[in-house]
Design a protein around this ligand. Structure first.
Ligand SMILES: [Zn+2]
Ligand SMILES: [Zn+2]
Length: 337
């Protein structure tokens, strides 16, 4: 008979529990511990009822694992299936998807005939109060402990959502930005033409860029564009359109400088501290159509690395990479095409 909840005030700590099932009153063959903070009570069950009492934990675990798996899968795979999705659409779909496996936990399972509980038959409401679905079990427990039996308050409902059920949505909230950024790699676009240019990817306009003629750390714009084979279209100030087929790599940085044949780009790697003796090395960039996938992480864009001589010469140091730009006539030897 569902709905006949009773709350037993349990005091003192040590007490014997009745020897019949807390759900259906059949002889108890097994038991299950109910814990709340330091309180623990061994609740007797028959074999049949232990199955539904334990099912709550199994269902919560399945929902949490499913939610986490869906969060990780969506965060990493959605940008490949839906490359044009803006960040907030991607974020919303990943977090919503991670919540889906939790929805069945919002619905209470039906209490089967002959039982008083659909899942657990007894649970702690507070450290001194136990809620029971079977009034006969509550009376017997109260008789043994000497505590009163009371009608349940609103908070006596069986707790079904546990804190760790939010693990999946949290993984989604943290993983969604990383997945989107990884599959929308950085593309630094420079406008070295005399007038304003418009950049589109696969027919979708993404930026209008003002010209910048000399090497300048703030030149151009940084775009996050979807990974894979793409068609970059550049419309010049005079209306001429230049199309470039490119391949964007997940997690890499890219440089695009349309109509800039007289400008050269190269990487300068400078050693610091113990690596200062290796000095500065220059690497040419390989690419086609004025588009380059940068082989290294760039620390400084369009400016030299900081000087290698300084007070930190005794530190273990490291290496910094600068992406440099100059008219090809003034570029270091070996970097001009
Ligand atoms: Zn039972
Ligand atoms: Zn039962």
């Amino acid at each position: 008979m569902p709905g006949a909840l009773r709350v037993v005030k349990l005091d003192p700590v040590g007490l014997a529990t009745p020897d019949f099932c807390a759900c259906c009153s059949a002889p108890a063959a097994t038991s299950r511990a109910e814990r709340l903070a330091a309180r623990e009570l061994v609740v007797p069950y028959c074999v049949r009822c232990l199955r539904h009492a334990s099912a709550a934990g199994t269902r919560n675990l399945a929902a949490a694992v499913g939610s986490c798996l869906l969060a990780v899968t969506l965060a990493l795979a959605l940008p490949l299936a839906w490359p044009s999705a803006p960040f907030w659409a991607h974020f919303a779909v990943v977090v919503t998807g991670a919540c889906l496996p939790l929805i069945p936990r919002a619905f209470r399972p039906r209490v089967e005939p002959g039982h008083t509980a659909a899942e657990r038959a007894a649970w702690w409401v507070s450290e001194g109060e136990l809620c029971c679905t079977n009034p006969r079990f509550a009376e017997a427990l109260a008789a043994q402990s000497g505590g009163p039996v009371a009608e349940p308050t609103r908070r006596a409902k069986e707790p079904r959502f546990f804190a760790w059920l939010v693990a999946g949505p949290m993984v989604a909230a943290v993983g969604a930005p990383s997945g989107w950024m990884f599959h929308h790699p950085l593309v630094r676009v420079l406008n070295l033409t005399p007038g304003r240019i418009t950049i589109s990817i696969d027919g979708r306009k993404v930026a209008e860029i003002e010209p910048s003629s000399t090497e300048n750390p703030t030149a151009g714009v940084e775009l996050r564009l979807p990974t894979g084979d793409r068609l970059l279209s550049t419309v010049l100030a005079d209306g001429e359109a230049v199309e470039t087929r490119v391949t964007l790599r997940s997690g890499a940085a890219h440089l695009f400088a349309p109509n800039s044949a007289d400008q050269c780009f190269w990487l300068e790697e400078t050693g610091y501290g113990r690596q200062a003796s290796r000095g500065t090395t220059v690497h040419a960039l390989a690419g086609q159509g004025r588009f380059w996938v940068l082989p290294r992480k760039v620390d400084t864009w369009f400016a030299p690395n900081p000087p290698a001589s300084g007070p930190d010469q005794r530190s273990s140091g490291g290496r910094l990479v600068a992406l440099r730009q100059a008219p090809c006539a003034r570029a270091p030897r070996g970097t001009a095409p």
